[in-house]
Each structure stands twice: as C-alpha cells, then as structure tokens.
Design a protein around this ligand. Structure first.
Ligand SMILES: Nc1ncnc2c1ncn2[C@@H]1O[C@H](COP(=O)(O)OP(=O)(O)OP(=O)(O)O)[C@@H](O)[C@H]1O
Ligand SMILES: [Mg+2]
Length: 273
C-alpha cells in the first residue's frame, strides 16, 4: 500500500526538503515549520494535532461499526423475508396442494358411492367440508406469512387484495404502478398490513385510507384511519416491529395519533425508482 501525505484540503503533498523543518506525529501526520520556531510551540501544536487525529480515528471507527451494524440489521430483515417467502411457497406447493387433492379424491369416492349408503355419504361430505376449511385457513396463514400476490403482482396488487379482505372500507388513494425492489415492496406492504390491522382492532374507525407513492427516490406509504387515536409506538410488538423493519432499509416510520383525531402511520423508504 502506497502511503502519502495530504494537506488540509486532501491534496497529495511531498514533505519538503528545502530547509524547512518537519516534525512527525506518530506515523500518520507531519508538521512543516520554520526551523527557528520555538520547540515548545511546535510541541503544543503537535499535541493539539495528535488529539484531533485521535478523534478523527475514533469517529471513523464508530462510523465503520455503525455501517456494519446497519448492514447486518438489513441482512437479518432480508433473510427473514426470504424465509417467509420460502414458507409461503412450501405451504402452497406442499400441504395446500395435498389437501386439495385429498378433497378431490373424497368427492370422487362420494360420487361412486351414489345413494347406496347415506350415512357414509354424510361422513364423506362432512370430511370434504372440513378439508375446504383447512385449505382456506392454510391459504390465510400463507398470506400472513408472505402473500404470493406481493411477489407476483407487487405492491399495488397486494394492497388491493389486503383491502378486499379487511372488514372495514379501505380506500387506496394511490399505489405505484411499476415494480420496486422486493424488500422495499415487502416493507411497505407490512406497514400497510399492521396499520390496517391496528385500525380494525383498536381504532373503532369507520374507514381507512391508504396512499403509496414514490417521490424523489423515496417510497411513502401512509395509512390513515378516522378512529379514536392514541396509538403508542411502544405499546406492543406491531408498531415497534415496523420501526425496526423500516429503519433496517434506511427508512423512517412516524405515527401521528392525537387522542380523538384518528391515526396516521407514515413510512418512508429509500428506493431508486
Ligand atoms: N390505529 C390505532 N388507533 C388507536 N389505537 C391504536 C392504533 N394503533 C395502535 N394503537 C394503540 O397502540 C398500541 C400499540 O400498537 P401495536 O401495533 O404496537 O401493538 P398491538 O396491536 O397491541 O399488538 P400487536 O401488533 O403486537 O399484535 C395498541 O395496543 C393500541 O392501544
Ligand atoms: Mg398491532
């Protein structure tokens, strides 16, 4: 590695050999000065410079550590998302398909049986009904883990599907038309999911408004309800989990929730498009 000195503006400089004195500070800096200068003065200047260097090194160390922590936080969230996606696929391709196939076979058996044994026919029909409930429950579970529509159609489609399953009117004011990076779509979707679930559970709201749009390289996701307000970021694991998830991607999450004035959850995420 080539080692050079730079001046205070960062320009590479050679140490002079023109009669001026050079006092080195450890092996990282040098003071160039008049050889006649009072040695005590040079020493004092050296001490101040050493302190400044030490501080700069500490700051650089802290910055590097922080970068590492931020990077690992992002990796943990992304790994969690990948895991959720895998579980969703396994549920869909495994248990769900098997139950659907089983229901089909039972129906065939039911048909072959005809009217010959009404009791057995009743049992089979009950089994088919229960299987359908199990398939629906599995589908709901998989959706909560990581909805397939998010992977397939992106944020707009996933928000539509979420709205249609919510027992309150959800108005989607805007949603990005194109696709965004998967982890950003997932983070925005989970913000909407949790904020809508909270509005249904806690707010006594009559309607919910969702707005997702990209502006200046950021994706804004906003969920507003007209309920009782008073949401607390540290009241449960839902909002706190959202803060973690959004911050892990370099974003921010705010909750505005004055008592009696509804609740607004605003997530802001960096995204290139
Ligand atoms: N939209 C809202 N309207 C009114 N109160 C809310 C709203 N959202 C959250 N709160 C209040 O803030 C608290 C914290 O919300 P948070 O989502 O973190 O936890 P939770 O919903 O109680 O539990 P979890 O999300 O872990 O299942 C809630 O318990 C509730 O009292
Ligand atoms: Mg919650």
């Amino acid at each position: 590695m080539r080692r050079v000195y730079v001046d205070e503006a960062g320009r590479v400089v050679d140490l002079p050999e023109d009669g001026r004195a050079v006092t080195r500070l450890a092996d990282v800096a040098a003071i160039v000065h008049d050889p006649e200068l009072d040695p005590d003065l040079v020493e004092s200047a050296g001490a101040a410079a050493r302190l400044a260097l030490h501080n700069a090194r500490l700051q650089a160390d802290v910055r590097a550590q922080l970068d590492k922590v931020e990077e690992s936080r992002r990796r943990i969230v992304t790994a969690g998302d990948e895991q959720r996606q895998k579980i969703e696929r396994d549920l869909h391709d495994g248990a769900q398909q098997r139950l659907v196939a089983l229901a089909l076979e039972l129906r065939i058996a039911q048909r072959q049986l005809g009217q010959s044994d009404p009791e057995l026919e009743r049992v089979l029909s009950q089994a088919v009904g229960e299987l359908q409930v199990a398939v629906e429950e599995l589908r709901e579970l998989a959706r909560g883990v990581h909805p397939a529509v998010l992977t397939e159609e992106g944020l707009a489609g996933a928000l539509e599907s979420l709205a249609s399953r919510t027992p309150l009117p959800v108005h989607i004011a805007s949603a990005p038309e194109g696709r965004l990076p998967g982890e950003i779509e997932a983070a925005a979707y989970f913000v909407a999911c949790e904020a809508i679930a909270n509005a249904v559970k806690h707010a006594q709201a009559t309607e919910i408004r969702v707005c997702a749009e990209g502006r200046n390289g950021r994706l804004f996701i906003e969920v507003e309800d007209d309920g009782v307000g008073g949401a607390r970021e540290n009241g449960g694991s839902g909002l706190r989990g959202l803060v973690d998830r959004v911050e892990a991607h370099g974003g921010t999450l705010h909750v505005e929730s004055e008592p009696g004035r509804g609740t607004r959850v605003i997530g802001e995420l960096p995204c290139a498009s």
